[in-house]
Design a protein around this ligand. Sequence first.
Ligand code: ZN
Length: 405
Amino acid sequence: MTDVSGEMTVESGHVNPLGSSATSDLFQILRDGKPRTRTELAAITGLARSTIGLRIDALMRLGLVGAIGDAVSTGGRPSAQFALAASGRVVLGVDVGASHVRAAISDLTGRILAEEAAPIPVSEGPERVLSWVAATGTGLLERTGRTIDDLLAVGIGVPGPVEHSTGRPANPPIMPGWDRFDIPGRLQATFAVPVLVDNDVNIMALGERELAWPDASHLIFVKVATGIGSGVISGGLLQRGAQGTAGDIGHVYVARGKDVPCHCGNRGCLEALASGRALAKAMTASGLEAGSSQDVVDLVKAGNLEAIQAVRQAGRDIGEVLTTCVSLINPSAIVIGGALAQAGEHLIAGVREVVYTRSMPLATEHLQITQSRVGPDAGVLGACMLAIHHALSPDRVEAMVLGAA
Ligand SMILES: [Zn+2]
């Protein structure tokens, strides 16, 4: 089985029929955080208690497993229990947005230990942004009393398409200088650990799912900000598609905008009609002061009727595209995030109006359409989860055990 970010995992309680499960298999059992004694682990795996003891020792040396308290004994000595050592090691998560960078150190459950942000536009190029990440990541490690040796992996989200196998951006429209840039190579000069790169909407989908929808296996996260994109979790897995562009709904055609030019060169794209940039442009054209998604949100919050109507219509346009997505993947949740989602119910109401009216009843019977609950932290949290899923995968844990032996 694979976990949400696509890493191979072994099901909790998995028993290897050959009785020779590796140390990493034992770790996958303990990964749920539930404390277990050596005897319980021997019963689950079919391994001898002495073998369990050796493998627990190896995992404890790596800082992945810790002894916690004592089990209530059935008479005689209390027996030690073992579980995931949540704070034994850490990861670095980075969310590179169009106009900001945010970095955080988290423990192995995704709990943020320290965080920092800076208003650096992605258009200043990879060297400027990634040197800030290297310096800030090092500073955050120090601030949390950790060293580079405690770091297991780095996860980073960027606002553009990424070739998943190499971690290199592929023709990103708003990231001049980043095309094919070796992001993992640059960061590994400072942090000699695996570096995972994904697009920002995918990491937001991971973060939102982790904190707000842990039981949802079918979820679409839509980011409505300067542009529009979505992250798709289907069958419990983040879907990247063949080239990493799955969920790229910003340039789907919407009939209402057939004459509206888009920066991609086509006409009638969803993004040209319903993004924060498009709405700000429309507000400006009618004499209001709006240069960004935030300005549009401010107008809505101030009760400006024209802005409210425009945001509601943007919701309907997004809903039109999402209706097709609902037919394709039958999600149980659609979560709307990004700066324009701060306009609150007006945007969501437009989305609901169209999706609930136009979808087949069975597809929407249990479908929830809501605003992001995690908010601006979804990206950085998702980047941490991307790093954790990779670092704790069976292959990586096995490699660490062998490397430390
Ligand atoms: Zn377009």
